[in-house]
Design a protein around this ligand. Structure first.
Ligand SMILES: [Zn+2]
Length: 182
């Protein structure tokens, strides 16, 4: 098992390198540069969410070649939809693009660690890889509070990699809540 880091968050949960996956051959290696650019696109989605008064969380989905095939942002306030999280929106968009619900060769890139609902959605889509920016010590379900992708009851184990552009992703959220309180 992993060791606990400062703050009690299991950063060691990022047990897989994002570059290769021997467990899922459908999942190709992805260049760190590609992931960096994808996170930039996810951050842009988050900025759009904030314009509508929504908590700035954004997500994109990359296909096997690293092409962006879906994007989404938190739409809870805008649409009055409690389930309209960025990850769900992005994976729905990706499935529409492919004409296939199965996203096993794809990578979800999201600015914040997925919540239990979104981690569950990742299992439903069989997404191959989850990459996130900031850790969520309150509601994170990819290693912080729960370990849904690695739950032994689940037959599918996506590769998980957290902390990509972590400070930037966390700062966007901190700034948003600070502005709202002011
Ligand atoms: Zn969520």
């Amino acid at each position: 098992m992993e060791t606990m880091s400062a703050g009690g968050i299991r950063h060691g949960w990022c047990h897989n390198e994002p570059m290769a996956n021997s467990v899922n051959p459908a999942l190709p290696p992805l260049d760190p540069l590609t992931l960096d650019e994808a996170m930039a696109a996810a951050l842009e989605q988050g900025a759009l969410a904030a314009l509508a008064g929504d908590v700035p969380v954004g997500a994109v989905v990359l296909d096997e070649q690293g092409r962006l095939i879906g994007a989404g942002r938190n739409l809870r306030e805008r649409d009055g939809d409690p389930l309209a999280h960025a990850e769900v929106e992005a994976m729905r968009a990706a499935a529409r693009t492919r004409g296939d619900w199965n996203l096993e060769g794809c990578t979800l890139v999201v600015t914040l660690e997925p919540c239990p609902m979104c981690a569950g959605a990742c299992l439903q889509t069989r997404i191959g890889r989850i990459v996130f920016g900031a850790w969520d010590a309150k509601l994170g379900a990819c290693g912080s509070v729960w370990d849904l992708p690695r739950d032994p009851h689940v037959g599918h184990e996506p590769q998980v990699f957290g902390g990509v552009r972590e400070e930037e992703c966390a700062r966007v959220l901190t700034d948003f809540f600070r502005t709202r309180r002011a």
